[in-house]
Design a protein around this ligand. Structure first.
Ligand SMILES: *[C@@H]1O[C@H](CO)[C@@H](O)[C@H](O)[C@H]1NC(C)=O
Ligand SMILES: *[C@@H]1O[C@H](CO)[C@@H](O)[C@H](O)[C@H]1NC(C)=O
Ligand SMILES: *[C@@H]1O[C@H](CO)[C@@H](O)[C@H](O)[C@H]1NC(C)=O
Ligand SMILES: *[C@@H]1O[C@H](CO)[C@@H](O)[C@H](O)[C@H]1NC(C)=O
Ligand SMILES: *[C@@H]1O[C@H](CO)[C@@H](O)[C@H](O)[C@H]1NC(C)=O
Ligand SMILES: *[C@@H]1O[C@H](CO)[C@@H](O)[C@H](O)[C@H]1NC(C)=O
Ligand SMILES: *[C@@H]1O[C@H](CO)[C@@H](O)[C@H](O)[C@H]1NC(C)=O
Ligand SMILES: *[C@@H]1O[C@H](CO)[C@@H](O)[C@H](O)[C@H]1NC(C)=O
Ligand SMILES: *[C@@H]1O[C@H](CO)[C@@H](O)[C@H](O)[C@H]1NC(C)=O
Ligand SMILES: *[C@@H]1O[C@H](CO)[C@@H](O)[C@H](O)[C@H]1NC(C)=O
Length: 837
């Protein structure tokens, strides 16, 4: 019974729409506002509509079966009917026109010349295409698909018809309420090695990659698969792209929105909504020419500034560059050395190759021939294979600026950039020696942590050799013994012999998984470039912080055995302590002591929490940080420069003792910095010494500078980067200096300290801080000087001009961790800036 009833219903109840709906407009049957034309399989509908809050009426096509009216095509988008008097008719000349009230001047018309005027019809097809047919012929005289709006539908062709010069591209709506022709467009640029572009006005906003065989190279979403079939044609007749869908019950569309974002989405009936499948541009590096010419946008850069000059190039506008504005791009000063002067090519891996609209392509050339071809022609700046698959097919050469590149984590192809002999030698040395690996490591965002890991791995191997006397999850251990070992012997460079006398324990994965609730999100403390940090509790109740390295961050670490030993030996009460590690399968983790009070910045920049820190406590914190840095600079025998000292890198234990964290990456990136001798400045703006921010020069004195800033922040409870009304060009350093010169330094002291502090002592601290931030590094005290000045009342000299950080407005899109203001110091400019007050 249950089965029979519905079947009977189907047979007995005729569907009304079958009888009444029409898909065709004949000469004597105008479509009035309110009538709806429905395609034969009821997929699309055509009629008058209004959008959003607007009362204006447009003729459009929408999905008949999608409840929320989704317009895919609009006829009179720039000439709406102002009331409901609109008519869509085949006029006396056989053309298709829309009239409002005035029937002598059409608001819109399809541009056709009809030979037998009284016998043409307009028909809505099941593809959503409105076609004008003559004598019932199947090939249309005119079709709506040749004049797309903001939506690309399956079977719709975009591109240029080289014979008729008809160019089909999407144009955005003006707004959600107004389907009028907006400023953004999306289509094929037929020049060079053709690519898809989104333009905003005349300016490119996004660029797709060139079409290779059956796909857009490097865009997996656009590859043919079981649903999509994309066809690209480039011959003397046309250049075009069509995508088809094998299952017509799937509604898929590509929409260009008002802001210039293209998005492909699919209708899911189950959830009754359009589900996004792909969109572009999605991140900053997708924006066309984000980093200017000859520069690469790498969203995975450690210091969160994504622009890097290509090998052999330097920032064109150095100041802008340090303000994290890469749009000026990069230049190469010695072009002459690039022509028959022993030059060669440096590989830039995994990139979206530069804009190829002016590139030369030869699909029958291999990569070796391509290299030779590029080398032969002095105007050739770079080459790559056209198709990176199967070891590289075809040859693309670029002559001129290389624009709009970005790095992908796993897609992309290798680009070979022409460099002069000097730079070629530098790169060859790096890739042969360990230096290059260092750079790779830095680029892969692995922090200093990985060095501990290697230490762990080797130690673990050693342990296995020794047939494991100790249980692996043993918790009591000491690094001190290891340090003693180091004190007794010269720094070892070969860890492979596993003569490490350290008790750094190895934890089992299941122990850590249990401790962190299987890495549950509730246990997550934070996330960094290296991976995530979790809080955990071991079975014995001990609290730990687990840094779980991202799976891809561990490559090429063997070469760093040396550093592993060195850093593992760091042991000081004011440095965060490592408890052990875990290396199992794909997982690499470091286990640290857990510090319940989080970081110093969560206290000093929080009005309520700051009150917990009275002056004696603050002084203890200042003194502890100073001793921690002193240890790094001098006492550890290693001379480690932290390079990123700031309030958020100082953690507080339960007794509010300060512990410096992330000290590992400092020196390693320091090494890379020297070798690269370039523009990658790591650190945090606001804490950077002028010579470091400007010239990339760093020394122990740049840490002293950062410490000075930190000290002022602790005393005042204010961020260095805060805005000061009375001196809008200034930051905290400048503000304090201003007050100091007028003998009003005590005004900066945090008011939550109340009255309970010795003014002299605090002012002395301000004086020491000002000594630390002096403009010339040579004038700044060393950390041992700072510690002794803090520790006794020896007379401190008068501070001179601080390294003054001029503030500039700076716009960053989307990266909240980037400083919202850039700061730079220009030695020559400094005086004028200050006197200008
Ligand atoms: C209708 O349009 C024609 C042509 O533009 C114009 O001459 C005429 O005045 C219009 N009629 C009305 C009533 O607006
Ligand atoms: C008709 O042709 C004109 C000029 O060639 C063009 O501006 C207009 O967009 C065309 N309209 C349609 C609907 O094809
Ligand atoms: C169509 O027009 C032709 C003349 O151009 C005329 O002979 C014929 O009768 C017309 N047919 C109809 C159906 O109106
Ligand atoms: C009009 O088109 C029909 C086919 O739809 C055809 O049979 C008829 O002969 C045509 N009439 C004229 C006058 O062209
Ligand atoms: C339609 O029919 C008319 C008259 O028979 C003829 O002149 C015209 O060429 C035909 N058009 C097409 C597109 O077949
Ligand atoms: C894809 O489309 C092209 C042209 O429409 C057709 O020749 C080809 O057979 C299609 N491929 C598949 C897998 O449907
Ligand atoms: C190569 O270029 C670098 C940087 O532009 C430059 O310092 C060096 O002198 C050049 N080498 C030669 C041989 O011209
Ligand atoms: C492409 O390369 C092949 C092989 O090197 C060569 O024979 C051919 O002439 C080149 N074609 C063009 C258009 O340069
Ligand atoms: C080098 O390439 C440029 C750009 O394609 C071309 O105009 C020029 O003729 C080439 N020069 C030589 C010597 O092949
Ligand atoms: C780097 O190694 C390659 C191959 O191992 C060798 O051909 C090249 O000469 C080496 N370069 C330097 C600068 O050592």
């Amino acid at each position: 019974m249950d089965m029979i009833t519905p079947i009977l219903l189907i047979f007995l109840v005729p569907l009304p729409s079958c009888i009444f709906s029409l898909d065709t407009i004949a000469p004597n049957q105008p479509l009035r506002d309110g009538d709806v034309l429905v395609s034969s399989k009821k997929i699309f509908a055509l009629g008058f509509f209004s959008s959003g809050n607007s009362q204006k009426r447009y003729v459009g096509v929408w999905y008949n079966k999608v409840p929320e009216q989704t317009i895919v095509w609009v006829a009179n988008r720039d000439n709406p009917v102002t009331d409901t008097s609109g008519l869509l008719v085949i006029n006396s000349h056989g053309g298709l026109v829309i009239y409002g009230k005035n029937q002598s001047s059409p608001l819109w018309s399809a541009n056709v010349t009809v030979s037998s005027p009284n016998n043409s019809t307009a028909k809505l097809l099941d593809t959503g295409n409105l076609v004008l047919l003559e004598n019932g012929s199947l090939s249309p005289l005119w079709q709506g698909f040749d004049y797309p709006s903001n939506t690309m539908l399956p079977f719709m062709k975009l591109g240029l018809d080289r014979r008729s010069k008809l160019n089909r591209f999407l144009t955005s709506w003006k707004s959600k309420d107004d389907p009028g022709t907006g400023t953004c467009s999306y289509g094929i640029d037929p020049s060079g090695f053709p690519q898809l572009f989104v333009y905003k006005g005349q300016a490119p906003r996004w660029r797709g990659r060139a079409w290779i065989k059956e796909r857009w190279s490097g865009v997996p979403e656009m590859t043919n698969n079981f649903i999509f079939n994309v066809t690209f044609v480039n011959n003397q007749d046309e250049i075009s792209i069509v995508f088809t869908i094998t299952d017509e019950s799937i509604f898929s569309r590509l929409v260009l929105d008002e802001s210039g974002i293209v998005e492909r989405s699919t209708w899911y009936n189950q959830v009754h909504q359009w589900v996004k499948f792909w969109s572009a541009p999605e991140e900053r590096c997708d924006e066309y020419g984000r980093c200017g010419a000859n520069s690469n946008c790498d969203p995975y850069n450690v210091d969160k500034f994504e622009c890097t000059c290509l090998p052999g190039f330097e920032p064109k506008l150095l100041h802008e560059w340090y303000l994290r504005d890469g749009s000026g791009g990069c230049v190469s000063t010695k072009r002459a050395s690039l022509c028959r002067n022993g030059e060669g090519f440096v590989k830039v891996p995994r990139v979206k190759p530069p804009d190829s609209s002016a590139a030369r392509v030869n699909l029958s050339m291999g990569l070796e021939a391509c290299k030779a071809e590029c080398l032969r022609n002095c105007s050739c700046m770079a080459y790559s294979s056209a198709d990176e698959r199967k070891g590289g097919i075809g040859c693309v050469t670029w002559h001129g600026d290389l624009v709009d590149m970005r790095t992908y984590s796993n897609l992309g192809q290798d680009l070979y950039v022409r460099v002069n002999a000097t730079i070629l030698a530098q790169y060859a040395m790096k890739s042969n020696g360990s230096l290059g690996h260092k750079e790779k490591l830095a680029a892969s965002l692995a922090s200093g942590l990985v060095f501990f890991l290697l230490f762990c791995i080797v130690f673990w191997l050693a342990k296995r050799k020794r047939k494991g006397k100790r249980r692996q999850d043993k918790l009591s251990f000491s690094l001190t013994r290891g340090s003693t070992y180091l004190e007794d012997s010269p720094v070892r460079t070969d860890l492979g012999e596993s003569r490490i006398n350290s008790d750094l324990p190895i934890f089992e994965l299941r122990t850590i998984a249990a401790a962190t609730n299987n890495f549950s999100s509730n246990n997550k403390l934070g996330k960094g470039g290296f991976g995530s940090v979790y809080k955990g509790v071991l079975y014995n109740g001990k609290e730990i912080a687990v840094k779980r390295l991202a799976k891809n961050s561990g490559q090429g670490i063997e070469e760093f055995k040396n550093e592993v030993v060195l850093i593992a030996k760091l042991q000081h009460r004011n440095l965060v302590r490592i408890l052990g590690c875990c290396v199992q399968d794909e997982e690499k983790m470091l286990i640290y002591e857990y510090l319940p009070n989080k970081s110093l910045d969560s206290f000093i920049f929080n009005e309520a929490k700051r009150a917990f820190l009275d002056w004696p406590k603050r002084f203890e914190i200042i003194y502890g940080i100073a001793r921690g840095i002193l240890y790094l600079h001098h006492d550890s025998r290693l001379r480690i420069i932290h390079r990123d000292l700031k309030a958020s890198n100082v953690l507080l234990d339960s007794a509010m003792n300060p512990k410096i964290s992330d000290f590992g990456m400092a020196r390693i990136f320091g090494a890379e910095q020297i070798e690269a001798n370039t523009n990658r400045v790591v650190g945090t703006y606001g804490y950077m010494s002028p010579e470091y921010a400007m010239q990339g020069l760093f020394s122990v004195k740049s840490d002293v500078y950062s410490f000075g800033v930190l000290l002022l922040e602790i005393v005042s409870g204010r961020k260095n980067t805060r805005y000061y009304h009375d001196n809008p060009d200034s930051n905290l350093v400048g503000h304090v200096w201003h007050l100091w010169k007028e003998g009003r330094a005590s005004e900066i002291i945090d008011s939550t300290l109340g009255e309970s502090y010795p003014v002299d002592e605090v002012v002395r601290c301000i004086q020491i801080a000002l000594l630390c931030v002096q403009e010339h590094a040579t004038n700044r005290p060393t950390m041992s000087g700072v510690v002794s000045m803090l520790g006794n009342n020896a007379a401190a000299p008068s501070p001179r001009q601080p390294g003054f950080l001029v503030k500039r407005s700076y716009h960053t899109s989307g990266d909240p961790s980037a400083s919202t203001e850039g700061a730079y110091s220009v030695n020559d400019v400094t005086c004028t800036e200050i006197e200008a007050r």
